[in-house]
Design a protein around this ligand. Structure first.
Ligand code: SAM
Ligand code: DTB
Ligand code: SF4
Length: 330
């Protein structure tokens, strides 16, 4: 449901414990409280991107040490997806360092084939390929894609400070194209790029205005990449992160809120607070696209400590359970 900036401010700026308690209540109404979805991420096309996103290791404009690689081949991607499934992941996310999709190219056809085959493994398929036309979105849907990840990343006002090679409006158009094709939307942002708390709430305001609302919301903490303009950004205040997660949980009760990039910089206690405040999904595996992520064993140990379980596969991977405990494989 669309929320106004005023409403979001009121939620976000409550006393900390009241905010977290309110988020926890909302969470328990909609979700099985001890489950966290494991998503595995694979960069299927790394580096050499034309865009100038100031945070990104994969932009060709910055000397980050990440070189341009060709599109990975089908057997490599399929093997990674099979391993992800064997490790308990229920979603496999494939990312390409492209400005956007060019329909009708051999590369896009190869990605469509990857999607078909990964979806046959019984995994939720998520792709993040940049800007998307309505036709390309339809082709992804027909290939079995569950969700399209396309982050707004920040507020419309702050966006031009971070990216100049495409517009915030272009990103909204891609989201509309994906939704028109029936794809679920995975859409969130990055904090710690120099934006204000107000910018983060503005981003959330836009997210709540999407129809239907996003199926999942990744909250990334900036990983400062040497060589990019944001290399020297200080880390985000952990209470600001927890507040944003709690506010997102309240504003978008049915969305999976994914504690995404930057977990290597968070203590176990900070992550526990994030889960308590309503985060219920993570990227699982030692590597994100190019940057490090916590080791799987460390995550499983933390889950055991907190009594969290990896979320099992569901009948309908897009929607949360209407009531608790209706699992596909129960
Ligand atoms: N090229 C596509 C696009 O821009 O949508 C897909 C790949 S892009 C790397 C996916 C998302 O990863 C970005 O929108 C951003 O939210 C996140 N991301 C990239 N680099 C990051 C960093 N250094 N720290 C935190 N999040 C990052
Ligand atoms: C998202 O919101 N975060 C993931 C996924 N969607 C594609 C990517 C994080 C990238 C972190 C930096 C890197 O690995 O280069
Ligand atoms: Fe990185 Fe995507 Fe921006 Fe390219 S479009 S520089 S891959 S975030």
């Amino acid at each position: 449901m669309k929320m106004t900036l005023t409403q979001l401010r009121q939620i976000y700026h409550q006393p900390f414990f009241e905010l977290v308690e309110a988020a926890r209540r909302v969470y328990r109404q909609h979700w099985s409280e001890d489950e966290v979805q494991l998503c595995e991420l694979l960069s299927i096309k790394t580096g050499g991107c034309s865009e100038d996103c100031a945070y990104c290791a994969q932009s060709a404009r910055y000397a980050t040490g990440v070189g341009a690689e060709p599109l990975k081949d089908l057997p490599t991607v399929l093997a990674a997806a099979q391993e992800a499934k064997a490790r308990g992941a229920t979603r496999f996310c494939m990312g390409a360092a492209w400005r956007g999709v060019r329909e009708g190219t051999a590369q896009f056809d190869a990605v469509l084939e990857m999607c078909r085959q990964v979806s046959r493994l019984g995994l939720e398929v998520c792709v993040t390929l940049g800007l998307l036309s309505a036709e390309a979105a339809r082709q992804l849907k027909a290939a079995g894609v569950t969700a399209y990840n396309h982050n707004l990343d920040t507020s419309p006002e702050f966006y031009p400070r971070i990216v100049t090679t495409h517009r915030f409006e272009d990103r909204l158009a891609t989201i509309r194209n994906a939704q028109a094709a029936g794809l679920a939307i995975c859409c969130g942002g990055i904090i710690g790029m120099g934006e204000s708390e107000e910018d983060r709430l503005r981003m959330l305001e836009v997210l709540t205005s999407l129809e239907p609302p996003p199926e999942s919301v990744p909250i990334n903490c900036l990983i400062p990449i040497p060589g990019t303009p944001l290399a020297d950004q200080p880390p985000v205040d952990v209470f600001e992160l927890i507040r944003l997660i709690a506010t997102t949980r309240i504003a978008l009760p049915r969305a999976k809120v994914r504690l995404s990039a930057g977990r290597t910089q968070l203590s176990r206690e900070a992550q526990a607070w994030c889960f308590y405040a309503g985060a219920n999904s993570i990227f699982f595996g030692n590597k994100l696209l190019t940057a490090a992520n916590p080791a799987r064993d460390d995550d499983l140990e933390l889950f055991a400590e907190l009594g969290l379980r990896p979320q099992p596969a569901r009948c309908d991977p897009v929607r949360p359970t209407a009531s608790r405990g209706t699992h596909f494989n129960d």
